[in-house]
Design a protein around this ligand. Sequence first.
Ligand code: GAP
Length: 445
Amino acid sequence: MSSHDNVMEKLVSLAKRRGFVFQSSEIYGGLGSVWDYGPLGVELKKNIKERWWRSLVHEREDIEGLDAAILMHPKVWEASGHLAGFVDPLVDCKQCKNRFRADDPRIKGTPGEPTTRCPVCGNQGTLTAPRMFNLMFKTFMGPVEEAAAVVYLRPETAQGIYVNYLNVLQSSRQKIPFGIAQVGKAFRNEITPGNFIFRTREFEQMEMQFFVKPGTDAEWFEFWRAERMKWLVGLGLHAEKLRFHQHTKEELAHYAKDAYDIQYEFPFGWQEFEGIHNRTNFDLSRHQEFSGKKLEYVDAATNERYIPYVVETSAGADRTTLVVLVDAYHEEEVEGDKRVVLRIHPAIAPLKAAVFPLVNKDGMPELARRLYDELRRHYNVFYDDGGSIGRRYRRQDEAGTPFGITVDGQSTADATVTVRDRDTLAQVRVAADRLVEYLAERLKG
Ligand code: GAP
């Protein structure tokens, strides 16, 4: 096993042990590449999504929010090009029924040729020639399972924004340039999912479509490219592990004129987790054509009419959560003991503080409980009175909790507590009635 697998394995194990991420339907043997977020994971992902939302929708006056439905009119996917273009070439084995990507490195030779062997069952000549396979999940709407009732689970949230572009424009009284942001689930029947929550079949996207005047798109593209990188660095990620990758002509999606991935150096290599795309007026033009509804923008000042260009920023909430976890994971030695710590930026850490009575007597639990009840009104905090104080600190290090608050013998005498910093391990005494303020100063940013 390589050390890379090792880091991912340790992270998957920590994620389960501490309640970040569980395999879906685990008691039934699990469901392939589908994951559930536990008590800490749901907080972490929610904090990331909220930070994203705040930075775009609340802190800017030119972006509005939206929550469109997952199920959409099937014509949307004809117009968007996903029915025809969202495909991977795949190969089936007629013998063992396994399905592979046509470029699977395990396939030696040309699929479809009589001498080529199936990489799983080893039979010769059983692989079909590559066929195009659509990645969209299909289901039926209403009581009858017939072709006319087919609907799709959206493979990207962006289309919900395009079809609502005029609704939002008119109801919010925005003017171009302006954007629409949305966070929501997307589904893709990925053939080679994997690497934990990196590539899954059900995932969440955080997408923002910025509508601009044609001709200004290149400028806005550069603006959003810089903004997104700034936001990621602001999450506390190691800047040297982030880089841009510009799409080559071959890599560009069917709708894009220019695109940059933002990549992170995962234990399994540099991989993209966010993209900035210049989608031109492709989507709006196609929706105008397929729906028959005019989607032009009329500039009230100049009377110009045009179909706006779109600069898209598209991030995966799950993939960003994985980046945060991988980036935060550290193993170190403290006084001869191994310590595993998640150095998650305090502002997005699932738990902000944990409260511990040093021992369960002499009035310490009562004071600790009172402090916990008070802090709980402001932050997600945890109470732990089980086991040695060292073990309790270690558990919170693994959970990424930035502050450990201990009520000790002195606390009951002078109403002060110790606050331990997760990263520096420094302990300071703080007046109990100043704790909320003390945490507030350190949790912003
Ligand atoms: N609207 C543009 C779009 O969907 P994409 O590059 O296909 O572009 C955007 O997807 C983001 O969605 C990716 O950067 C990634 O973070 C996330 N994503 C895509 N497929 C995913 C999958 N199978 N599992 C988890 N996240 C995925």
